[in-house]
Design a protein around this ligand. Structure first.
Ligand code: ADP
Length: 519
């Protein structure tokens, strides 16, 4: 564009130090050209053209630094004269030199590119010479600024990590940066001047769109401007790859330039593809594992049901006959015989309790349906009623402050609190149990605690006691199945909560558990 003229002008700048050459375009007869002599005396080299044709020829021949133009020529006059000169010389500084003393024409002249507007009757040769020198200097500064700006823009474009390309409204490529060479495989030299559709081809599915791009640009480009688009492009070597881009337009003189930054998104797409694949595989595995788990859960439940039924039958028979034996033959047996029968009865009773609690454990299911909220304080009151005997026997004190309402099946909440409170009473040792129940809200869950002043346990067993059948204390002193806390754990974790305990032997225990605040 400007480059060639700028280059020509740069050499002009160098010549500025020496003799400056003025081209006067004025139809003054040769014998009346005193201005030529006057300017020569003032250090300017003057060439003269009688009309625009002659002027354009002399400008083309080069070596002109500034034009002094009379806007009233024989063949043309007024602002049209300036426009005509500008058409064949865009970079040379131009000063108007006229008889017409008209301020508004002078302003219009400056607006369309004249550097100055001199009136023949008012300006002296020395003021004309000064004005010409200033015009050259101003033009030089302007072009330096343009050059700096262009250099800067070029540097930005060439250092961009995105491919940049610009095309005119016929889809002809007019700019192509270094990254575009890398992305599409065509060199800048190969790309510039070629139709975009020849170089940046898309996949057959988008072919229609690319084929018509030049038509879209010349007819109604508004629809595709400033939109993020993704297509598959084809590299010079024929391989296909995904790109994203958006077209924006800028006005260059009277024409539009359509520019776009293009990103090769192959890596991103590959990553997306892999992530999608991994997700699908993961989902499939989760589904497989879930159905496996559900199957084995069902099997376990089935097993627990059958086992408890089948075990209960012979157990009842053993229990029944042992009781019969005890009732009918107690008199005939000695002390040992009677004690053995008591052992059998005790054993069958314990086995019955074990079977019951295994059944209870396997029957715990998390209900997915929306449930009504249950006031925890009402649950505690019910537990206290159920444990009435144990509470009064042990002289237990149970304290609770404000407790929330939770949307979990009432029977499960009851079982949870009852197991913990009954343990706090059972494992109280010699002291009267003192039990405090409280709750505090964390972001989306409630943290409950059941604190007692009982015998406590060594903290290294703190997690083991939640396993099925885990018992730390002897059967003789403390009856139980070792299933109570396992049932608590199943209820809590089934609702997405956690359960744990903190304790020290002789210092009491605190059982903590969390439950979701909203369901
Ligand atoms: P069980 O009480 O029937 O033995 P649990 O599952 O309820 O079964 O408890 C497991 C074990 O945890 C108990 O045997 C006992 O050793 C210990 N434990 C439970 N609660 C307490 C408590 N409040 N204080 C001290 N130890 C406890």
């Amino acid at each position: 564009m400007f480059q060639a003229e700028i280059a020509k002008n740069t050499s002009t700048i160098e010549r500025l130090q020496g003799l400056m050459k003025v081209l006067v375009i004025d139809n003054v007869p040769v014998e009346e050209r005193s201005l030529k002599e006057d300017l020569s005396k003032l250090g300017l080299k003057v060439d003269w053209a009688q009309n625009l044709d002659e002027g354009s020829q002399k400008i083309k021949n080069g070596n002109i630094d500034v034009i002094l133009l009379n806007t009233t020529l024989a063949d043309i006059n007024g602002l049209a004269t300036i426009r005509s000169v500008r058409a064949f010389s865009r970079s040379l500084p131009l000063v108007v030199y006229t008889d017409e003393n008209n301020k508004s024409i002078a302003l219009d002249a400056l607006r369309i590119g004249a550097q100055d507007y001199l009136i023949k009757s008012q300006d002296t040769p020395s003021s004309i010479a000064r004005c010409l020198r200033y015009a050259i200097e101003r033009q030089r500064i302007r072009y330096e600024q343009i050059l700096d700006g262009e250099r800067c823009t070029r540097l930005i474009l060439e250092n961009s990590l995105q491919a940049f390309l610009a095309m005119d409204q016929n889809g002809i490529i007019v700019d192509w940066n270094l990254r575009a060479e890398g992305v599409f495989g065509w060199s800048r030299h190969e790309a510039i001047g070629k139709p975009i559709k020849d170089l940046v081809r898309a996949t057959p599915t988008r072919d229609a769109y690319i084929k018509n791009l030049d038509k879209i640009l010349s007819d109604s480009p508004e629809g595709i401007l400033n939109k993020r688009m993704e297509v598959y492009a084809i590299h010079k070597d024929g391989h296909q790859f995904p790109v994203e881009f958006g077209i924006f337009r800028i006005k260059d003189k009277s024409d539009y330039l359509y520019c776009t930054f293009v990103n090769d998104i192959s890596d991103r797409k590959e990553m997306e593809r892999k992530t999608k694949l991994l997700n699908e595989q993961l989902e499939q595995r989760v589904q497989e594992r879930t159905s496996e788990l559900m199957r084995s859960n069902e099997e376990l439940q089935q097993f627990a049901k059958i086992a408890s039924h089948d075990l209960q039958e012979p157990l009842r028979a053993v229990q029944g006959f042992a009781q019969l034996l005890s009732r009918r033959y107690r008199e005939n047996l000695d002390a040992d015989g009677n004690q053995f029968i008591d052992f059998i009865l005790d054993g069958t009773e314990r086995m019955q309790k074990l079977i019951q609690s295994v059944l209870e454990h396997s029957n715990i299911r998390t209900n997915d349906q929306e449930l009504e909220s249950v006031e925890i304080s009402s649950i505690i009151k019910e537990v206290m009623k159920n444990l009435n005997q144990a509470i009064s026997d042990s002289k237990a004190t149970i304290i609770f402050g404000e407790l929330p309402a939770i949307a979990i099946e009432r029977s499960q909440l009851l079982q949870l609190f009852q197991n913990l409170i009954s343990n706090a009473i059972k494992y109280a040792g010699n002291k009267a149990p003192y039990i405090v129940i409280s709750a505090e809200k964390n972001i989306d869950e409630w943290l409950f605690s059941v604190c007692d002043n009982g015998i406590g346990i060594d903290s290294k067993y703190a997690s083991r006691i939640f396993d099925m059948f885990a018992r730390l204390h002897g059967r003789v002193k403390y009856s139980g199945t070792g299933m109570g806390l396992a049932i608590c754990k199943k209820i809590v974790t089934g609702h997405g909560g956690r359960i744990w305990m903190e304790s020290e032997p002789g210092e009491g225990s605190i059982f903590y558990f969390t439950l979701p605040a909203k369901k």
